[in-house]
Design a protein around this ligand. Structure first.
Ligand SMILES: *Cc1c(COP(=O)(O)O)cnc(C)c1O
Length: 236
């Protein structure tokens, strides 16, 4: 199977999951996670109609983006843990950050964005599984953080993101997704504006995420096949 075939299969999975959940497939965006894949693979996916791509490392994102500047309408989302010293590069090249997880990072991004006269859609990453290996705010920290985001007006909060527990226990996975969906309601209440996006679900669990209300699924291996191992896996 090539990238176009795999993309078609993933879109079919999303379509079927939406049908089962009584949801409109146009409400679920596919973010193709291209970390560990070549710029050429991204180009193939683009030619098959894919426009939204996710990367978890700034250096890889910058290098890949530089090789694909000819692709109109291609959008990059940052989905990996971010150090504040990378804020400048992210503020320049990313179209969205889904891994916002600290005030320190929010302040650094805001400073760069303000200087560049840009705004950036952001999703707040939540650690819904409680695993120490995962990035993200603890669920109880999210309301206060969401309220404080108003202090960094170049950041446009549009939703929440999570990586579910990696488990064969379907109930445990679904519980992570439900936690994120519930939190979204609470942050909407305390901030007085909508947080439309719920970014959750990956190659192995996108159906459960769609059932729980995902508006963005982040799919890597099911779109591109297996990827080169990363030397030092960043916390996701
Ligand atoms: C790698 C990654 C994905 C995609 O994972 P697959 O299992 O390859 O679909 C999704 N979200 C984040 C945050 C990731 O780091």
């Amino acid at each position: 199977m090539d990238v176009a075939d795999r993309l078609r299969a993933v879109r079919e999975r999303i379509g079927r999951a939406c049908l089962d959940a009584g949801r409109d497939p146009s409400q679920v965006r596919l973010l193709a996670v291209s970390k560990g894949q070549s710029a050429e693979a991204v180009r193939q996916a683009y030619e098959a109609g894919q426009r939204d791509f996710g990367e978890n490392r700034v250096q890889e994102l910058v290098a890949k983006a530089a090789r694909l500047t000819d692709l109109d309408g291609l959008r990059w989302s940052m989905i990996g843990h971010l150090q504040t010293n990378k804020a400048q590069a992210v503020a320049t090249v990313a179209d969205e950050v889904q891994s916002l997880d600290s005030r320190h990072l929010a302040a650094a991004l805001h400073r760069r964005l303000a200087a560049a006269g840009r705004t950036l859609p952001v999703l707040v990453q939540v650690n819904t599984s409680g695993e120490a290996s995962k990035s993200g705010l603890a669920p109880h920290e999210v309301e206060g953080f969401a309220r404080d985001l108003a202090g960094w007006p170049t950041l446009r909060p549009v939703g929440l993101m999570t990586v579910a527990v990696r488990s064969d226990d379907a109930d445990a996975v679904a519980a992570c997704f439900r936690t994120l969906a519930e939190l979204r309601g609470r942050v909407a209440q305390v901030t007085g504006h909508r947080w439309p996006e719920l970014s959750m679900g990956m190659s192995g669990d996108l159906e459960a995420a769609v059932a729980a209300g995902a508006t963005c699924v982040r799919v890597g291996t099911a779109v591109f096949g297996s990827r080169a191992p990363q030397a030092e896996p960043p916390r996701s």
